[in-house]
Write a protein that binds this ligand. Sequence first.
Ligand SMILES: Nc1ncnc2c1ncn2[C@@H]1O[C@H](COP(=O)(O)OP(=O)(O)OP(=O)(O)O)[C@@H](O)[C@H]1O
Ligand SMILES: O=P(O)(O)OC[C@H]1O[C@H](OP(=O)(O)OP(=O)(O)O)[C@H](O)[C@@H]1O
Length: 220
Amino acid sequence: MAKPIIFAIPKGRILDEALPLLAEAGIIPDADFHNKDSRALRFGTNNPDIDIIRVRAFDVATFVAHGAAQLGIVGSDVLEEYSYSEIYAPVDLDIGHCRLSVAEPADLAASDDISEWSHVRIATKYPNFTRRHFEAKGVQAECVKLNGAMEIAPALGLTRRIVDLVSSGGTLKANNLVEVDILCEITSRLIVNRVAFKTQPEIRPLVERFREIVGGSDAA
Ligand SMILES: Nc1ncnc2c1ncn2[C@@H]1O[C@H](COP(=O)(O)OP(=O)(O)OP(=O)(O)O)[C@@H](O)[C@H]1O
Ligand SMILES: O=P(O)(O)OC[C@H]1O[C@H](OP(=O)(O)OP(=O)(O)O)[C@H](O)[C@@H]1O
């Protein structure tokens, strides 16, 4: 019997928006997937040819890039940060909408002029993307890597600025920060391992199914 396709999905906030899309594509995880007490990480589905793994958002890209999973759903923030050449991201799923922004304390923002920056220290989960973004503007970005709760960094003097995801702006507001620049808009993408896409013919119809569901929107 052929090995099932492994579909990697993030366990964080994208999951709730991803599950209805998976269902529309005819992929329903086994009941155990919804059991909060379960420590399992791999789940069967109603389709014996597809298994789901539930992993951290950044790790979805790693599993797919290395071919350990053939398909995945991940935010474009993760793709921008890692730039994996082994990943093909054919469908913008139109979920997980947010933006990657620079934020700083309101009092600093009152007198700050981004166009005058030549060197900046930034706390972020996205050091590669942040450095690249500022390099293109002739600004040297010195990044301090954090894995979450970036918004606390300025108040504690770690860095004066942060680059982080913003959606409602509620987290920035609660931490007395203001958004001063948007690096890019983010949505989640269906991703495929390029080699698997070429060598496993059963993957293409699945990709086409997701493309149909979201109305044919295309991603790079
Ligand atoms: N506030 C938000 N609004 C909308 N989408 C978001 C928001 N924050 C994050 N996302 C999207 O959801 C993805 C996963 O974010 P989430 O915060 O659930 O993961 P995480 O907690 O950072 O993950 P991990 O547990 O792996 O560290 C992000 O990569 C991004 O694409
Ligand atoms: O603008 P908002 O609607 O407030 O959303 C922004 C927050 O959402 C994300 O964090 P998340 O809640 O996923 O936690 P994390 O910091 O642990 O990643 C992001 O890192 C921001 O902190």
